[in-house]
Design a protein around this ligand. Sequence first.
Ligand SMILES: [Zn+2]
Length: 203
Amino acid sequence: MEVLPKAIVQAIEALSDLPGIGSRSAERLVLNLMRSSSGLDQRIASSLSNLKKNVHECKTCFHFCEIEKEECAICTNQSRDKKVLCVIETPLDLIALEKTHEYKGLYHVLHGVISPLNKIGPDDLRIHELVSRIKTHSEIQELILATSGSTESDATAMYIAQNIKPFFTGKISRLSRGIPSGGDLDYLDIGTLSRAISERRDF
Ligand SMILES: [Zn+2]
């Protein structure tokens, strides 16, 4: 016999499906929400139900973007340096790089890495879009392959470089050493990431 009402069990199950949230944390969160009188449960519910309704991907860089706009806040920011393009795995990496205040160029979000084990090939990522973006934007002079340190990330960077090199005459660079193998950019402290981007090396 279940000791908790169905609605509570469902909320716990839903939360514990999130990566990084075990069933004990989910239980605590839900029981806290039951106790709170500030309307936090409603605020969470309505902000989550608006997420996918109000956000889509930027047509240029594939970062998240307001639904009523075609391009994101970074692509439309006139003070960004359009000569440099930084290729990253996820919007989390973008957030991490923005926190360094070191990088002023544009981004291209792949939304993952090539991973044969997980059946993710180049066509499942935004790689074709990246290639045609570089072909059609002759102002781009440098491409920074800022994928993280895992083997799959390295292989993805290699694949991109191979597809770009035949026509791209600009510089292709990679973050400097110091990214732990397999570590995501957003796990790095700001100082380390800041150095990794400012001391980037040729690929
Ligand atoms: Zn964008």
